[in-house]
Design a protein around this ligand. Structure first.
Ligand SMILES: Nc1ncnc2c1ncn2[C@@H]1O[C@H](COP(=O)(O)OP(=O)(O)OP(=O)(O)O)[C@@H](O)[C@H]1O
Length: 366
């Protein structure tokens, strides 16, 4: 097992990178601690596979270092890194039995056959593959094949980490949740550092204790699912996590008041001071739909809005409202009345985040 450190790491596929856009990984420092269950979450093209391939040694980074337990491994080939990588599509030998597929990585290392048997039986048991051990891999269905592929990663007890690159893509939706739980169980049992790449927030939060959110080649936040939800560090995390994503309003101060476009916003002094002291033109106020209070009648600090429409999602509704032309989403629970035509919205100040150049800034203390 290993702690994996990425030190001043950057990678460009271009020979002569000139701008930040030429980098698939922009300079970053990051640590995957030993034994953690992590997810690497981000949209297509943000650099997730590039990062995994750099860790496993399939790709040499253009800049910076990869360290395993403090030792630089940049020049070590993949086979000497003891990293298991599970890809989107199962990597197995079709003509071999499931047993021989699982045994393969160990036999390759000349492990004594008694030990091979012990490990294969243990891994098959965890993955519920014992009844299939004698079957040829080509006769398995897609999820069984992917389980064999995962098993080949788990079977060696010298692996430093297992990297999963969207491993459930080819799996039937009904079986996905089962395999995700299985992976979690495996992590508890083997305590191996696991990094699970996905673009699906649900997959990330059911598997991982901590999630690294990647955007445009950078890890913009590394935190628990709750931290990502409650205090997104970057506007992208706010948009990407949660359903629907966070509301962001461009804000300025004029004549001692806060405005979003032409709409005045009722916010407290701390929020006002935070906006007033920002030195950039790109200042946004962020609030989650779940944290906006929705009232049927005027209330103190409530802002009158036009209700455009509401989406009934069974146990709650999402109200789409317009505040002087600014669109807002607010969540209304099933025991509340969903407003029609008009409503008054309140932004509790402790739930407001302030974002300058897309990164969250601390609000001044009172
Ligand atoms: N071999 C390559 N040569 C040139 N550019 C590449 C290569 N592989 C990836 N890229 C580019 O690097 C960037 C990051 O790609 P990467 O595959 O790491 O992203 P990703 O987050 O894993 O995306 P996906 O979820 O679609 O696999 C993208 O702009 C992609 O087009």
């Amino acid at each position: 097992m290993a702690e994996i450190t990425l030190k001043s790491l950057a990678h460009s596929y271009s020979k002569n990178p000139a701008t930040a856009q030429d980098y698939a990984i922009r300079e970053m420092n990051h640590v995957w601690h030993q034994g953690g269950a992590y997810a690497l979450l981000g949209p297509s093209g943000c650099g997730k596979s590039t990062m995994l391939n750099i860790i496993s040694g399939l790709l040499e980074p253009s800049n910076g270092e990869v360290l395993f337990d403090g030792k630089v491994v940049n020049s070590l080939p993949p086979e000497e890194r003891n990293i298991a990588q599970v890809f989107q599509f199962p990597v197995i030998y079709d003509t071999m039995t499931v047993y021989d597929n699982l045994a393969f990585p160990l036999r390759n290392m000349k492990t004594p056959e008694a030990r091979v048997h012990e490990r294969v039986m243990e891994v098959a048991d965890v993955l519920e593959l014992t009844p299939q051990l004698k079957r040829k891999a080509k006769n398995l269905n897609a999820d069984e094949k992917q389980k064999v592929s995962m098993g080949r990663g788990l079977v060696r007890d010298d692996v430093s980490a297992i990297l999963f690159d969207e491993p459930l893509t080819v799996i039937d939706p009904q079986l996905k949740w089962k395999l995700r739980r299985k992976l979690k169980e495996i992590h508890h049992r083997f305590r191996i550092t696991m990094v699970y790449v996905t673009h699906d927030q649900l997959e990330a939060s059911t598997f991982a204790d901590k999630i690294a959110v990647m955007y445009e080649g950078q890890v913009v936040q590394f935190g628990t699912p709750r931290e990502l939800f409650e205090t997104p560090n970057h506007t992208f995390v706010g948009y990407f996590i949660g359903s629907p994503g966070m509301n962001f309003l461009d804000v300025t101060v004029r004549d001692g008041k806060v405005f979003s476009g032409e709409a005045p916003l009722l916010v407290d002094k701390r929020v006002y001071d935070g906006i007033a002291r920002a030195t950039s033109d790109n200042v946004k106020l962020g609030i989650r739909p779940e944290f906006i209070e929705v009232h049927q009648e005027p209330v103190e600090d409530g802002m009158a809005v036009k209700v455009e429409h509401a989406q009934d999602l069974g146990t709650y509704s999402i109200v789409y409202a317009s505040l002087g032309g600014i669109s807002l989403k607010a969540r209304v629970e099933e025991d509340q009345i969903t407003p029609v035509d008009k409503a008054w919205l309140r932004f509790p100040s402790e739930k407001i985040g302030l974002y300058v150049d897309d990164f969250r800034v601390e609000l001044p203390h009172e």
